[in-house]
Design a protein around this ligand. Structure first.
Ligand code: ADP
Ligand code: MG
Length: 230
């Protein structure tokens, strides 16, 4: 069963000059349960916009996003927020941790809108990502590599079906980047979550067996949509 089904998804922005630019135009994109796929695209090609649309952070102009067979993008906002918390995990390039809270609290806060707060599970995840001795540290007391590990633990906190990762290693040095990527892939596999990662970095993309070019699925700029099957 597909964990993610994107159909006829479009999003345009109006530029400061008043021009409407189509940024996302994806006729069809499907991710199977448990699959790990990397989307390759240069800076400005719409990777973040596409992930925001999939996560329901942005509303599409048209089209549909189904997650685990639920019409995610068509849900009313409150239901979508709740569904997002239980179905999706999101790993940001800039981590997006809450600075006033500890590592453990950041992961537990991620559980707030999900199935419920389980301190034990939050601790287990942090131990799994190698932060056994850092549970009570705040983000600024952690290295950037450790901060991203907290973000990975938080993304998995509610047993999501799908993890979205937006250039998750873009702010890490080479060694930390490699370790973080291996960790994300292993933890997603262990927790049976599919992984959709976007990146422009050949070193990151090279670690995936399945890499797709964003340009192959995203046909921006055109009004006549050409459907590419998968
Ligand atoms: P990527 O993540 O691949 O670097 P983005 O999805 O962030 O690309 O951006 C794709 C394009 O959309 C860029 O050209 C950017 O300038 C444009 N864009 C993004 N957000 C907005 C916005 N709120 N208003 C206008 N243009 C935007
Ligand atoms: Mg981006």
């Amino acid at each position: 069963m597909p964990v993610l089904e994107v159909t006829d998804l479009t999003k345009s922005y109006v530029s400061p000059e008043g021009e409407r630019n189509i940024i996302v135009n994806v006729p069809r994109f499907v991710l199977e349960d448990g699959q790990q796929v990397a989307l390759r695209g240069p800076s400005g090609s719409g990777k973040t916009t596409l992930l925001h649309l999939i996560a329901g952070i942005l509303q599409p102009d048209s089209g549909e996003v189904r997650i685990a067979d639920a019409p995610f993008s068509l849900l009313p906002e409150a239901m979508r927020d709740r569904a997002r918390a239980t179905l999706l995990g999101y790993v940001f390039q800039t981590f997006n941790l809450l600075q006033g809270y500890t590592a453990l609290e950041n992961v537990m806060l991620g559980m707030l809108f999900g199935p419920g707060i389980h301190r034990g599970h939050a601790e287990e995840l942090l131990v799994r990502v190698g932060l056994k001795d850092r549970l009570n540290y705040r983000p600024r007391q952690l290295s950037v590599g450790q901060q991203q590990r907290v973000a990975v633990a938080r993304a998995l906190a509610n047993h999501p079906k799908l993890v979205l990762a937006d250039e998750p290693t873009g702010n890490l040095d080479q060694k930390n980047a490699k370790e973080a990527l291996t960790l994300i892939r292993e933890v997603c596999r262990e927790q049976r979550a599919a992984l959709l990662l976007v990146s422009h970095d050949p070193a990151v993309l090279g670690q995936f067996e399945k890499v797709q070019d964003l340009t192959a699925i995203n046909q921006t700029g055109g009004k006549d949509v050409l459907v590419i099957g998968h």
